[in-house]
Design a protein around this ligand. Structure first.
Ligand SMILES: [Zn+2]
Ligand SMILES: [Zn+2]
Length: 196
């Protein structure tokens, strides 16, 4: 098996969702393209050895690095995943509620516009579609809301899943003690700073 440092890093996904599904928290890397998510599962994640899957959350102020990696039965197509994201309510809910175990699933993220949704669909501003004025650029008419355009999204989870039992939340001081995180930051963060 190649050493951790030779596994390529992958960040070509749109974000991560945290959802209750099948009675357990699910960690869901999101893809805009269904085909891409299916082939990534098929080529890479399918071959992961469940007990070796590691997920790390490196918290830096109001952001965090999502870092995911594993040993693979097919090392030549293995990848490690990372993404710098903003902390969210769902992230905090996962942090407080995961109890040491989660399912890993991939998801397909679809943006929705006003024409796509039912009247009671929620906009990102928190108000329903029917509060948005179809005639005037989707403006939200709810009291003093300053939402200018209805926007929402839908997430479809792929069925296949892996179980993650190695979950850690870290701060920058801990980075050197965690080989996966250390490798990720060296390649994807510190090296970029040096180039500038
Ligand atoms: Zn809105
Ligand atoms: Zn609104």
């Amino acid at each position: 098996m190649p050493s951790q440092s030779s596994i390529p890093w992958f960040d070509d996904f749109v974000g991560v969702a945290y959802r209750y599904y099948d009675l357990r928290m699910n960690v869901v890397p999101l893809f805009a393209d269904r085909k891409q998510s299916v082939s990534l599962w098929h080529n890479t994640i399918h071959w992961w050895v469940d007990p070796s899957i590691k997920i790390r959350f490196l918290e830096i102020d109001d952001k965090y690095w999502f870092i995911l990696g594993s040993d693979s039965q097919k090392p030549e197509t293995n990848l490690s995943f990372f993404k710098e994201l903003s902390k969210s309510e769902n992230y905090e809910r996962f942090k407080n509620g995961h109890e040491g175990e989660a399912y890993l699933r991939l998801g397909v993220y679809t943006k929705k516009i006003l024409d796509d949704v039912k009247k009671d669909a929620l906009c990102d501003c928190g108000h329903e579609a029917q509060d948005h004025d179809e005639g005037d650029n989707d403006l939200c008419l709810y009291n003093k809301c300053n939402c200018k355009k209805f926007s929402s999204f839908q997430i479809n989870l792929l069925k296949k899943k892996k179980t993650i039992t190695d979950i850690k939340f870290l701060e920058e001081n801990d980075v050197k003690n965690d080989p996966l995180v250390w490798n990720c930051l060296n390649i994807n963060r510190y090296s970029k700073f040096k180039e500038n």
